[in-house]
Design a protein around this ligand. Structure first.
Ligand SMILES: Cc1cc2nc3c(=O)[nH]c(=O)nc-3n(C[C@H](O)[C@H](O)[C@H](O)COP(=O)(O)OP(=O)(O)OC[C@H]3O[C@@H](n4cnc5c(N)ncnc54)[C@H](O)[C@@H]3O)c2cc1C
Ligand SMILES: NC(=O)c1ccc[n+]([C@@H]2O[C@H](COP(=O)([O-])OP(=O)(O)OC[C@H]3O[C@@H](n4cnc5c(N)ncnc54)[C@H](O)[C@@H]3O)[C@@H](O)[C@H]2O)c1
Length: 465
C-alpha cells in the first residue's frame, strides 16, 4: 500500500532537515528520507571533520613555532589516533544533534533507506512506496573516482578514507590541487607527513587571480609541500604502501613515489541511482539536476536543493537553497539563487576568503576597475599574532562606487571578509566601509584603509589567467 504524505524530502544534508521543519511547522505531513548518515557530507565527511583536523594541524604548526613567542615546549609530536578521536567526537556530536532535532519534529516521519522515484509523485524506499504532491531533492554528491590508467590496481583514499587514517602516512601523494587537496595537503604536512600535490592545471587555483595563486603556492612551499603542476595525464602504479603517480606529459616528466594516495579531483552528484528518468526530471551532462532560479526542476512539484543542482557546492549555498525554497513555497516571498553573491573560503592556514568577482573577472566584464591591496605584513593584528603571510585585496567599480569583490588571504580573513560581503548585499557604496570605524586591533580594521588606497587597473594590465 502506498503511504501518502504532503511532502517528501530526500536527503538529510544541509537543506533537507531545515525544510522538513518549516513544512512541519506549516502543518504539512512530511517524509524525510536518509540512506546513510544524518547531517550528510558537511557533518560527517566534509566541513566539520576537516575543520576539526585543520585545527589540530594549526596547533602542531604553532607549537613548532612556540619558541618565537617565548613559549617553551618539548618536541612537538602528533598522535593521529587522538586527532581522529577528537575529530570524530566533534562530528558525531553534530550528527546526534541533527538526529535529535529531526526526531523532535512533529508531523515528520524519518525513513531510513535509499529513495528512488517510481513516478513524478511516487518514491520507493526499500519495501515502502510513498507519494506526495511536493518532492524536494537534497541528495548531495560524492567524490569523483577518476578512470586513471591503473586506478583499479592501486589502493587510494578519497575525502572519506583520508579522515579515518589513525596513523600518519610517511608520504601522502594527492592528485588534485583545489579545496580538498590543499586543505588535506597542508594539514598532513603539519602532522608530519611528506606531502606531494599533483595538479593538472598549469597554475594552482586557476579561478583565482594569479597573485592569489602565487601567494598560496608560496605558503604551501614554505612548509615543504612539493607541487607538480600541468600534470594532465596521470597514470597510477604500485601496491599498498608503495604507490607511484606518473605524468608523462608534465614538463619535466613526473613520477612521484608515495605510501598513500588521496584522489581529490572533484565531486559528482548522487543522481545516478535516484530514478530521475521515471519522474522525467532533467539532468545536465554531468548529472546535476537542472533547476530554475527558485530551485524548481522541469517537473512541477519537484525541487532540487544543494550540491545536486550544481548551482553551488558549499554548505552555505545548500542552506540558502532551503531558504529560497521555503520563502517561495511557504512564505510567498520571491527569493532567487541569482541574488546570492559568491562567497567561499579555502581552509588552508592562513585561509583564503573570497567574495564576488576576482580582478580578472571584473576586467573581463568591462568594469572600470579599481583595486586596493594591503599585505598582511602591514596589518597590526597579524604582526602581533606573528601571522603575516598573505594579503587583502578589494575590487571596486569606479563608476558605481560599489564593491565588486574581495580576497583576503590572511589570518582570520574568513571572518573579516563578512564586513565587505554585507556591504555588497546592502548594495551600499564602498565608502560606507571607509567611513566606518572598526575596532583596534583587528584584521578587519585595515579594510577601510585598503579601500582608501585604490588604484585604477587598465584592462591591458589584466592579470594573465
Ligand atoms: C572534505 C570536504 C570538506 C568540505 N568543507 C567545506 C567547508 O569548509 N565549507 C563549505 O561550505 N563546504 C564544504 N564542503 C562542501 C559541503 O560539505 C557540501 O557542499 C554540503 O555538505 C552539501 O550539502 P547538501 O545538503 O547539498 O548535500 P549532502 O550534505 O551531501 O547531503 C545529502 C544527503 O542525501 C543522502 N542521500 C543521497 N541520495 C539519497 C537517496 N537516494 N535516498 C536517501 N538519501 C540520499 C546522503 O546520504 C546525504 O546524507 C566540504 C566538502 C568536503 C567533501
Ligand atoms: N573550504 C571549502 O569550502 C571546501 C573544502 C573542501 C571541499 N569543498 C567542496 O568540495 C568540492 C570538491 O573539492 P575538490 O577539491 O575535490 O574538487 P574541485 O572540483 O574544487 O577541484 C578538483 C581539482 O582537481 C584537479 N583535477 C581534476 N582532474 C584532474 C586530473 N585528471 N589530474 C590532476 N588533477 C586533476 C582540478 O584541476 C582541480 O584543481 C568543491 O567543489 C568544494 O565546493 C569545499
Amino acid at each position: 500500500m502506498t503511504q501518502r504524505f504532503d511532502a517528501i524530502v530526500v536527503g538529510a544534508g544541509q537543506a533537507g532537515p531545515s525544510l522538513a521543519q518549516r513544512l512541519s511547522a506549516a502543518g504539512r505531513k512530511v517524509a524525510l528520507i536518509e540512506r546513510k548518515l544524518m547531517g550528510g557530507t558537511c557533518v560527517n565527511t566534509g566541513c566539520i571533520p576537516t575543520k576539526a583536523m585543520v585545527a589540530s594541524a594549526y596547533v602542531a604548526h604553532t607549537g613548532r613555532r612556540a619558541a618565537e613567542y617565548g613559549v617553551g615546549t618539548g618536541d612537538i609530536t602528533v598522535d593521529m589516533a587522538q586527532v581522529w578521536k577528537r575529530t570524530r567526537g566533534i562530528s558525531e556530536r553534530s550528527r546526534s544533534s541533527v538526529e535529535n532535532w529531526v526526531a523532535g519534529m512533529p508531523n515528520v516521519t524519518l525513513l531510513r533507506g535509499h529513495a528512488r522515484f517510481e513516478s513524478p509523485r511516487t518514491m520507493r524506499v526499500g519495501d515502502e512506496l510513498i507519494e506526495a504532491d511536493q518532492i524536494f531533492i537534497n541528495v548531495g554528491g560524492r567524490a569523483v573516482e577518476p578512470d586513471f590508467p591503473g586506478v583499479k590496481t592501486v589502493p587510494y583514499l578519497t575525502n572519506v578514507g583520508v579522515m579515518d587514517l589513525k596513523e600518519l602516512p610517511d608520504h601522502l601523494v594527492i592528485v588534485g590541487g583545489s579545496y580538498i587537496g590543499l586543505e588535506f595537503g597542508q594539514m598532513f604536512r603539519r602532522f608530519g607527513a611528506k606531502v606531494t600535490i599533483v595538479e593538472k592545471g598549469k597554475r594552482l587555483l586557476p579561478r583565482e587571480d594569479p597573485d592569489v595563486s602565487e601567494a598560496v603556492v608560496d605558503i604551501l612551499q614554505r612548509e615543504g609541500i612539493e607541487l607538480h603542476l600541468g600534470a594532465e595525464c596521470i597514470e597510477l602504479q604500485g601496491e599498498e604502501g608503495r604507490i607511484c603517480v606518473i605524468a608523462e606529459c608534465a614538463e619535466p616528466r613526473m613520477a612521484v613515489h608515495g605510501t598513500h594516495l588521496l584522489l581529490a579531483v572533484g565531486r559528482r552528484p548522487n543522481t545516478d541511482d535516484l530514478g530521475l528518468d521515471s519522474a522525467g526530471v532533467e539532468m545536465d551532462d554531468h548529472g546535476y539536476i537542472v533547476v530554475d532560479d527558485q530551485c524548481r526542476t522541469n517537473v512541477e512539484g519537484i525541487w532540487a536543493m544543494g550540491d545536486c543542482n550544481g548551482r553551488g557546492a558549499f554548505t552555505h549555498t545548500s542552506y540558502n537553497d532551503y531558504e529560497i525554497v521555503a520563502a517561495n513555497v511557504l512564505d510567498n516571498e520571491l527569493r532567487r539563487i541569482t541574488d546570492r553573491i559568491p562567497a567561499y573560503a579555502l581552509y588552508i592556514d592562513p585561509p583564503l576568503a573570497r567574495i564576488g568577482l576576482t580582478e580578472t573577472e571584473a576586467l573581463k566584464r568591462g568594469y572600470d576597475v579599481q583595486v586596493g591591496v594591503r599585505p598582511m605584513t602591514r596589518v597590526g593584528r597579524a604582526i602581533e599574532r606573528g601571522e603575516t603571510l598573505g594579503f587583502m585585496k578589494v575590487i571596486v567599480d569606479a563608476q558605481s562606487e560599489r564593491l565588486l569583490g574581495a580576497a583576503i588571504l590572511g589570518a582570520s580573513g574568513d571572518e573579516a571578509i563578512h564586513c565587505l560581503l554585507d556591504v555588497m548585499y546592502a548594495d551600499a557604496p564602498y565608502r560606507t566601509v571607509t567611513h566606518a570605524v572598526h575596532i583596534h586591533p583587528t584584521i578587519a580594521e585595515l579594510l577601510p584603509t585598503t579601500l582608501q588606497d585604490l588604484h585604477s587597473v587598465a584592462p591591458q594590465a589584466s592579470p594573465a589567467t
